[in-house]
Design a protein around this ligand. Structure first.
Ligand SMILES: Nc1ncnc2c1ncn2[C@@H]1O[C@H](COP(=O)(O)OP(=O)(O)OP(=O)(O)O)[C@@H](O)[C@H]1O
Length: 304
């Protein structure tokens, strides 16, 4: 498990990270979500030793992450840093060889990855000849080509079309399934929601929530319910303790505590019939809004 504990970082007077602590479990995909300037890239750079922290610990299976262990990390940085004029298969094989893989194995690994990422036909192209989305796929391959023990990816899906997202997700998920910790940042909440096992939400340099997707959904259930009745459901508006969000003929979406919702259900049955009744699961977008937008962080309060 990759763990961060109490990590701090300031740039001059600006506190970019405060007391950042979270875990990235082996074999699971952990999504790192936050708005612009929340602190995702800064955190990832500290994990990778590219940037030093002002305090706190980064450990892998309890041991401090050092230069030696970092060699086995795979990193896809936010600023993409490959050689525009080099053939992509040659470039990937070169990166693998820098990690000590022999020439034949490096070439095979590069070609296998290009194949898996839909770039087999382009293996002899120079990076600059590829579309931006395909360049992005090569960046993903570059992070994976030495078969890393830990994978850290900054916005791996930005600029990819939905099919490319699926291809990249499949390849990343296979690496996670081999038992490595995978942390990736993304602004695409729908993608994160679909593929993440665990989530870490950061705002204003502070971790605001962390846990499995199911735990976060349960914690931010929001006490919303949908009721479909066989008759008009307008009467629900008058029930004490109920706030109606949507009402259309027999279908009503409302907020209330659990006991009140059960009372509404009993009354609906008494009124003639119920087609469906269910608690509504919040989307990641709704959870994110509730955690980040609806409750300001210390930093934002400082700034105000
Ligand atoms: N080298 C630096 N010097 C000064 N301030 C910095 C530096 N790097 C980052 N910051 C500041 O630290 C904060 C966190 O930035 P960071 O790049 O980590 O955010 P992010 O969550 O990755 O954002 P985005 O989603 O926009 O990439 C921001 O306020 C940013 O301006």
């Amino acid at each position: 498990m990759l763990s961060l504990r109490g990590v701090h970082k300031s740039f001059g007077a600006h506190r970019a990270l405060r007391d950042v602590s979270f875990d990235v479990a082996r074999g699971r995909l952990t999504g790192f979500v936050g708005g612009n300037g929340a602190g995702k890239t800064t955190t990832m750079r500290i994990v990778l030793g590219v940037l030093s922290s002002d305090g706190g610990d980064v450990t892998l299976d309890g041991a401090p992450v050092t230069g030696d262990s970092l060699r086995s990390f795979g990193y896809m940085p936010e600023e993409r840093g490959l050689y525009p004029k080099m053939e992509i298969s040659e470039q990937l094989a070169y990166l693998a060889r820098l990690h000590g893989i022999d020439k034949a194995a490096a070439t095979k690994r590069a070609d296998d990855l290009l194949d898996r990422l839909g770039l087999a036909e382009r293996r002899k192209s120079r990076l600059e000849e590829l579309s931006l989305g395909n360049q992005q796929r090569v960046q993903v391959a570059a992070a994976l080509v030495h078969d890393p023990d830990v994978l850290i990816m900054d916005e791996p899906f930005s600029g990819l079309d939905p099919l490319a997202v699926d291809e990249v997700v499949t390849v990343i998920a296979e690496h996670a399934a081999r038992g490595i910790p995978v942390l990736f940042s993304s602004h695409q909440l729908d993608v994160v929601e679909r593929l993440c096992d665990d989530l870490v939400i950061i705002a204003g340099g502070e971790i605001r929530a962390a846990g499995s997707r199911e735990e976060l959904r349960a914690a931010h259930h929001g006490d919303r319910y949908e009721l479909e009745t066989t008759t008009d459901a307008g009467w629900v508006r008058a029930v004490p303790g109920v706030v109606v969000d949507e009402l259309a003929a027999g279908t009503v979406v409302f907020r209330s505590d659990k006991a009140t919702a059960e009372g509404v259900l009993r009354t609906a049955v008494g009124h003639g019939g119920v087609n469906a009744f269910r608690p509504l699961q919040p989307t990641l977008g709704e959870i994110f809004r509730e955690i980040v937008v609806d409750s300001p962080t210390t930093n934002e309060e400082d700034a105000a």
